[in-house]
Design a protein around this ligand. Structure first.
Ligand code: G4P
Length: 560
């Protein structure tokens, strides 16, 4: 049992995710953050851990064949009196939906940029999700050991393309072969870069920081002088770090380094510890009585649409005593011999103890959490206790779904875990017609895990499956075969886009019903029975949006 108060436990938590365009160095950085945090002893452990997981798990064959990381998990470590929860997000763009959801469980994001490339398409997409959710961002510009773009160009790009004020904390002294180190703005401390000497041990380490004026030995003729002059310009040209502005998402502190050479990593970890926010109060609904799922008429179209857009009515303080939180991911088949599922539960408040009974708000079901898992960097352990900000894995047999809210009272429902409109919609059919019934169950299961989304058209018996990327279909086909013995065929569907519909702010549900009756042939229901309009083209989406101004056509839907 902790000797700290609930508020103190929450205050020392840092729950963060790393966002990056593939190849910017997210995996390498993850590993080196764990090294700096003392959570692992040698580089290579993260990759090795991945390899083990892959051999243990059948469906991840695809992952292995393609060398991509499909599943997201969490790595917990304690360092410098703080508990860090690093949420791992898949890098491949086809799985960005998973990444988006993981970001809902993060209080801060580290945006990794390749110093030679700057902002890339996936960086932009992920950044937008962070902005949508007001997640503060620390920028780490990686690969300084290679020839980089001019630092000012990189910062100007952040300012103009992300509308985010970059506040450089350090300033690099050149890059690539000429990389000498970096200077801390304000203090003038110089952190020398240790060039890798052929044959030297990997972890020889970088020399200690010292005042720039005393660092002549690390520079060639004229360089130190040029750097000192450049710094005057830099210090006047960019905003100083302002924590409030960072927490509000207007400003990003910028750090530099080389993940591969373990340069700048201690500084980054310190910045996360010092500046990243502790878990904050989360908006939620306090629902007296049971919620919607399981009670609604299926597909009848008669339910009360007002329940689809819940307004937060309370703020859950991380230091309040009741255990509350939500499931942001369901990981299946960590062990293929048991069809187990592990729900990743992000705690929002309270003091969790193993064996505790929690209730699922959406369904009213309750479960005893006897074997919760804490994911430490090198191992998993039974979680004896956990606090706001922590992520624990709850093994279950299909009771928990992505987006479920759990609490001791069963009355707290968190808003804010979105489904994202898929970018590809396909019809799925099972080869053996006798197995059609099984298909529904299997598709429901995969949709509950969040592998793909499932839409049932109001008319007809089709299953329309939606995904953000083609690869999701392949994972799905593979899993349907391996786990459910179903051979399926994906066929093109006539639909190009899906939009959830609801009344606009201040609107009337009659307007939505009017639209639904006019477009019955293109209406479908998602897994929660929420109405979805399937458009044949983006032009059609634009057209209906113009024609039905009192109906909101949304690209995301927050489960509730
Ligand atoms: P990702 O998870 O964001 O996709 O990137 P990952 O860490 O896998 O890094 C992508 C490539 O960039 C890897 O090289 C990695 O070694 C390299 N890299 C990461 N950080 C740095 C850095 O600071 N400096 C340099 N020079 N390279 C870096 P690879 O050749 O694709 O893989 P590998 O054979 O090295 O594993």
């Amino acid at each position: 049992m902790s000797k700290l108060t609930l508020a103190e436990e929450a205050l020392r938590r840092r729950t963060f995710a790393i966002i990056a365009h593939p190849d910017a160095g997210k995996t390498t950085l993850t590993e080196h953050i764990l090294l700096s945090g003392g959570a692992i002893r040698a580089a290579g452990a993260v990759r090795a851990r991945g390899e083990n997981r892959r051999t243990r798990s059948d469906w991840m064959k695809i992952e292995k064949e393609r060398g991509i990381s499909v599943s997201a998990s969490v790595m917990t470590f304690e360092h410098d009196g703080k508990m860090f929860n690093l949420l791992d997000t898949p890098g491949h763009e086809d799985f960005s939906e998973d990444t988006y959801r993981t970001l809902t469980a993060a209080d801060c994001a580290i945006m990794v940029l390749d110093a030679a490339k700057g902002i890339e398409p996936q960086t932009l997409k992920l950044f937008e999700v962070c902005r949508l959710r007001d997640i503060p961002i620390i920028t780490f510009i990686n690969k300084l050991d290679r020839e980089a773009q001019d630092p000012m160009t990189l910062l100007d790009d952040i300012a103009s393309r992300l509308q985010l004020d970059p506040a450089p904390i350090w300033w690099p002294a050149e890059s690539g072969n000429r990389l000498r180190g970096m200077v801390e703005l304000g203090t003038g401390r110089f952190q020398p870069y240790a060039r890798k000497v052929p044959g030297a041990a990997e972890d020889a380490g970088h020399p200690d920081a010292l005042p720039l004026a005393d660092a002549g030995q690390y520079f060639e003729a004229g360089e130190q002088q040029a750097l000192t002059e450049a710094l005057e310009l830099v210090e006047g040209g960019y905003p100083a770090f302002d924590r409030q502005s960072f927490l509000e998402g207007h400003l990003t502190p910028v750090l530099w380094g080389s993940a591969l050479r373990h340069f700048g990593i201690d500084q980054l970890l310190a910045a996360i510890g010092d500046w990243a926010p502790a878990p904050k109060s989360l908006p939620a609904l306090r629902v007296e009585g049971r919620g919607s799922r399981g009670e609604k008429a299926s597909g009848g179209g008669k339910e009360d649409l007002s329940t689809l857009d819940p307004r937060p009515s309370t703020l859950v303080d991380p230091a309040s005593p009741e255990v509350t939180g939500f499931v942001f991911k369901v990981q299946a088949n960590m062990d293929p011999n048991h069809r187990d599922r592990i729900a990743m539960f992000r705690m929002a408040s309270g003091s969790f103890r193993r064996g505790m009974k929690l209730k699922v708000q959406n369904t009213g079901k309750s479960l005893s959490v006897n074997a919760p898992i804490m994911f430490f960097a090198s191992d998993r352990e039974l979680a004896e206790d956990a606090y706001a900000g922590d992520v624990i894995g709850i093994p279950n047999h299909g009771v928990l779904r992505v987006g479920d809210s759990l609490s001791e009272s069963g009355l707290i429902r968190f808003a804010g875990l979105p489904n994202f409109a898929p970018e590809i919609l396909q019809r799925v059919r099972v080869k053996d017609p006798l197995k059609a019934k099984h298909l529904k169950k299997a598709l429901d299961g995969l949709a509950e895990e969040g592998v793909t989304q499932l839409f049932r058209p109001e008319i007809g018996a089709d299953f329309i499956v939606g995904a953000v990327g083609q690869l999701q279909f392949e994972v799905m086909a593979d899993r349907l075969g391996e786990e459910y013995g179903l051979e399926v065929i994906f066929e093109p569907s006539p639909y190009a886009e899906a939009r959830w519909i609801m009344p606009v702010e201040g609107g009337d549900k009659a307007d939505v019903e009017d639209f639904m009756s006019k477009y019955r042939g293109q209406m479908a229901r998602d897994l929660d029975q929420a109405p979805v309009f399937l458009a044949k083209s983006s032009w059609e989406t634009g057209y209906v949006m113009e024609r039905f101004p009192k109906v909101a056509f949304t690209k995301t839907r927050e489960r509730g």
